[in-house]
Design a protein around this ligand. Structure first.
Ligand SMILES: [Zn+2]
Length: 147
């Protein structure tokens, strides 16, 4: 079966001609992102624009789930993952991050720029994949093994 976000699938997009959120057929995609859509109402093809919904740009997102636009879920999945990890590691003391520090899987660290993160992966020999709230970063640490 066709998934929601694939070419020829349907997605909710803002139509520049009809000037409202309408169902569109996906015409072109790049990776997981919808690039071009065709309005089912006016049949016009145009660049994909996210549905405006309630048109409150700064409003926190408590709105009901719109049709899963995969680019949205992708952005949010990191934050959801991060929140899960953060609550799972609530009692863990955060270590201040430093390239000379020594970290291991599941460590909570505090980065001066990215904030709190959890080590999600160790990359041999001296890198860490750290899940921060908005991004996953690869950081260096001092775990160079002795030869
Ligand atoms: Zn239209």
């Amino acid at each position: 079966m066709a998934r929601t976000s694939s070419v020829a699938g349907e997605t909710l997009s803002y139509c520049t001609s009809c000037k409202m959120d309408l169902n569109h057929v996906i015409v072109a995609m790049k990776g997981d992102k919808v690039i071009k859509v065709q309005c089912l109402t006016c049949k016009k093809e145009h660049a994909f624009r996210p549905a405006k919904g309630a048109t409150e740009p700064q409003a926190p997102k408590a709105s009901k789930a719109k049709k899963a636009a995969s680019e949205d879920t992708e952005n949010h999945s990191i934050e959801i993952e991060w929140e899960k990890l953060m609550s799972a590691h609530r009692d863990l003391p955060g270590k201040p991050y430093s390239t000379k520090g020594h970290f291991t899987l599941g460590d909570k660290l505090n980065h001066p720029t990215f904030g709190d993160g959890i080590v999600g992966k160790l990359i041999y020999p001296n890198k860490l994949e750290v899940i921060f709230r908005h991004d996953v970063k690869v950081l260096i640490h001092g775990g160079t093994p002795q030869l």
